[in-house]
Design a binder for this molecule. Structure first.
Ligand code: F6P
Length: 332
């Protein structure tokens, strides 16, 4: 079913906002932008706690401009978040609509990654006005150059890589750094290229264990004091298997592993993420005010544009392999 992409904004008085899926730095900045933009247009905002789980439970609070003071620089999300895969069920979607109706909320802004945007699209298909905002450190949302949180996460990874290189180099070691990212290698690729990795292993590019060992050994023979491998969590070979294999091959370097884990999701949003979150929050509310719905805000070039949620949920974004070629060329 394809729902209308417009609604009559004349009766728009109150909107809901929620953050869903894995938290991402910049979510708070975005909540603030939504609340204050809405207030500027004399719209009320209800913050929905714990994402779709909170929505179906009717867990909401009124948010005024002062309630979002002092949060723009904070990581995580003050509205909290949750994952609710069951939201694909008709029963829960209908319950969500009932809750929105009970709270007299006429439109919704959903801030989150692919799962959240699918949930938003489901509500749109049921005729409820929704705008999605991409926020996930994975950068796996189709249609936007960057999602909120990605820039901060890469900077966190790079900071870790720089520190790890100091110690790896001092001990003549191979260091394997595992990044998050699910099935998208964006984080590993970008951190690998700007962190000077010898090997980048991502889901989009098959790479044998033999080839990894060959590159590490070559680095040793060329006189490098360390070798750095950046491995995306969703890649073909697991970090521990790669480490075991490299140990067995006796490449010259000892091997150590660092799994960065959730440290990548925390921390203050960078300047880039604050600005992106602010622009997208403003754009979402202004779109609803103009009676537009069923869209996601997206960064294309330097502009914030609206793209249909239908396109977003039907496509998958992968890492740009041109960067992979460049990274390989420079790892000499
Ligand atoms: O989608 C964001 C993300 O951080 C992924 O990179 C990672 O695989 C997943 O969330 C981890 O989820 P959780 O915090 O539920 O363990």
């Amino acid at each position: 079913m394809n729902a209308d992409m417009t609604f009559n904004p004349q009766h728009l008085r109150r909107i809901g906002v929620m953050t869903c899926g894995g938290d991402a730095p910049g979510m708070n900045t975005c909540i603030r932008a939504v609340v204050r933009t809405a207030s500027n247009y004399e719209l009320e905002v209800y913050g929905i706690r714990r994402a779709f789980a909170g929505l179906v439970a009717g867990d909401m609070i009124r948010l005024g401009p002062r309630d979002v003071g002092g949060i723009l620089q904070r990581g995580g999300t003050v509205l909290q978040t949750a994952r609710l895969p069951e939201f694909s069920q008709e029963r829960l979607q209908k319950l969500a609509l009932r809750r929105l109706h009970e709270h007299e909320i006429q439109a919704l802004v959903v801030i989150g990654g692919n799962g959240s945007l699918r949930g938003a699209y489901a509500l749109h298909q049921r005729g409820f006005p929704v705008i999605g905002i991409p926020a996930t450190i994975d950068n796996d949302v189709w249609g936007t150059n960057m999602a909120i949180g990605v820039d901060t996460a890469i900077n966190t990874i790079l900071d870790a890589i720089d520190r790890l290189r100091d110690t790896a180099s001092s001990h003549q070691r191979t260091l394997i750094v595992e990044t998050m990212g699910r099935k998208c290698g964006y984080l590993a690729l970008m951190a690998g290229i700007t962190g000077g990795a010898e090997v980048i292993h991502i889901p989009e590019v098959p790479l044998s264990l033999e080839e990894m060992a060959r590159r590490v050994e070559e680095a040793y023979i060329r006189g490098k004091t360390h070798a750095l491998l950046v491995v995306s969590e969703g890649a073909e070979h697991r970090t521990t298997d790669i480490a075991r294999y490299l140990e067995e091959q006796e490449t010259g370097f000892e091997v150590r592993i660092t799994i960065l884990g959730h440290v990548q999701r925390g921390g203050k949003p960078s300047h880039f993420d604050r600005l992106l979150a602010t622009r997208m929050g403003v754009a979402a509310v202004e779109a609803l005010r103009e009676g537009k719905c069923g869209y996601m805000t997206a960064l294309q070039g330097r502009k914030i544009v609206l793209i249909p949620l239908e396109e977003v949920v039907q496509n998958e974004r992968q890492a740009n392999l041109e960067y992979y070629r460049i990274a390989q060329m420079l790892a000499k």
